[in-house]
Design a protein around this ligand. Structure first.
Ligand code: FES
Length: 123
C-alpha cells in the first residue's frame, strides 16, 4: 500500500467520480461498474480541468441518423472544447496518441475497525 488514500469505496458510488488533489496533482477518480479508475484532471489540449466536464458514453454511427451509445460512463468530455477521453486508459477517443495520464488504482482495507475498503491512487 504505497498509494494516496482517496476515500472509502462508499464515497464514490457506481457512475460517480471524485476529484482529489494529491502530491500537487489534480486527479479524477471514477467508479465504472464497480471498478475504480483515475486520470489526471488536466486536458492535454489547452489545460482545462478535464474531469470537471461531463461523464458520457462513446457514440458510434454507421451513417446519418444512425447512432448508438456504447460504454456508458466510460468517457470524460472536456468542458472547454469537448475533446473526449477514455477514462480507463486516459487516451483521446479520436486520436489515442493524445492522452492524459492514467494512474493505477487499488482497493484495500485501510482501517481494521471499518468494514468499508479504501481507494488508493498510485501516483
Ligand atoms: S482544453 Fe480540453 S478540449 Fe480544449
Amino acid at each position: 500500500m504505497n498509494g494516496v488514500l482517496v476515500g472509502k469505496t462508499s464515497e464514490i458510488p457506481e457512475g460517480e467520480k471524485k476529484i482529489i488533489t494529491a502530491n500537487g496533482k489534480s486527479i479524477g477518480v471514477y467508479n465504472i461498474g464497480g471498478e475504480f479508475f483515475a486520470i489526471r484532471n488536466t486536458c492535454p489540449h489547452q489545460g482545462a480541468a478535464l474531469c470537471s466536464g461531463i461523464t458520457t458514453a462513446f457514440i458510434d454511427s454507421s451513417g446519418p441518423g444512425n447512432f448508438t451509445y456504447q460504454r456508458e460512463g466510460e468517457i470524460a468530455r472536456c468542458p472547454w472544447h469537448q475533446w473526449e477521453f477514455d477514462i480507463k486508459t486516459g487516451c483521446m477517443i479520436v486520436d489515442p496518441k493524445k492522452r492524459t495520464k492514467s494512474y493505477e488504482v487499488t482497493v484495500e482495507r485501510f482501517d481494521v475497525s471499518v468494514e468499508d475498503k479504501g481507494i488508493y491512487v498510485h501516483i
